[in-house]
Design a protein around this ligand. Structure first.
Ligand SMILES: Nc1ncnc2c1ncn2[C@@H]1O[C@H](COP(=O)(O)OP(=O)(O)OP(=O)(O)O)[C@@H](O)[C@H]1O
Ligand SMILES: [Mg+2]
Length: 254
């Protein structure tokens, strides 16, 4: 279970997160939506301990332990995973080599190339990724959709407690979206992984059926609900959330 309480963070002098509260129980799929630039990716980076951002207040509690002081490697070891909105290319590092190292490190095992190949092939098939991807260089020359699937492949191998997927469905065709959604459901089923899915689109959500939906406006979660909130957003836009939330809090204050 991941609990985020009153999370504030800044980059330079600019405050971006202004009190994010979230509670993600084991095995639940939560969605984070919101207009461009409100701090969704920043939230992912701060949760993962990216040093470009400074956490100025709040707590990040994973299975009862406050991990706010952990560095990124320690957070990954504790069970957090972030799939980036913009994955980085690492020239000269082969996908197979990278994944085997990652797998061995995370599961504390030593595996030879042949043994690892058996494990990875099953996941490649699940994600509909061509086997030839393994001998290519990490994210170099991969198409946008292929990179997103590689991120999912890492996730399937690592089996984290909580996976944050930042726009995993952007630039991905409809068949790949179904594949990603099926993978999310399978991983949740087999490993009890919780998901935080950051997205702008309804389509992936129709396939995964999330447990909860959160709307972020101006650095905090302004509204939470179920899939009906996604449908309402599609109809009304974010201004509607802003206005109705203001009237909610004005009523609450009276
Ligand atoms: N490293 C950084 N340096 C300077 N400004 C940053 C940095 N990271 C984020 N910001 C700023 O913080 C704000 C929030 O950015 P963030 O990427 O979190 O938005 P987002 O909600 O993910 O938007 P989008 O939907 O467009 O992906 C933006 O104004 C962005 O320019
Ligand atoms: Mg973003």
């Amino acid at each position: 279970m991941l609990v985020v309480q009153g999370l504030h963070a800044k980059v330079g002098d600019k405050e971006i997160l202004k009190g994010v509260d979230l509670e993600i129980p084991r095995g639940e799929i939560h969605v984070v939506m919101g207009p461009n630039g409100v701090g969704k990716s920043t939230m992912g980076h701060v949760l993962m301990g990216n040093k470009s951002y400074e956490q100025t207040a709040g707590r990040i509690i994973l299975d009862g332990t406050d991990i706010s002081d952990f560095d990124t490697a320690a957070r990954a070891k504790a069970g957090l995973f972030l799939a980036f909105q913009y994955p980085v290319a690492i020239p000269g590092l082969r996908v197979s080599e990278y994944l085997r190292n990652l797998y061995c490190l995370r599961h504390n095992v030593q595996l030879g190339v042949a043994e690892f190949r058996k494990i990875v092939r099953e996941k490649l098939d699940m994600l509909d990724i061509d086997r030839s991807a393994l001998s290519r260089y990490l994210n170099e020359g991969f198409s946008g959709g292929e990179m997103k699937r590689l991120e999912m492949l890492q996730l399937a191998l690592i089996k984290p407690k909580v996976a944050i997927l930042d726009e995993i469905d952007s630039g991905v065709d409809v068949d790949a979206q179904k594949t990603v959604a099926e993978a999310i459901k399978k991983i949740r089923e087999s490993d009890g992984t919780s998901f935080v899915i950051i997205t702008h689109y309804q389509r992936l959500l129709n396939f995964v059926s999330p447990d909860k939906v959160h709307v972020v406006l101006d650095g905090k979660v302004t509204r939470s609900g179920d899939m009906s909130l996604v449908h309402a957003l599609e109809r009304e836009g974010y201004e509607w959330v802003r206005q109705t939330s203001e009237s909610f809090s004005a009523n609450a204050a009276q």
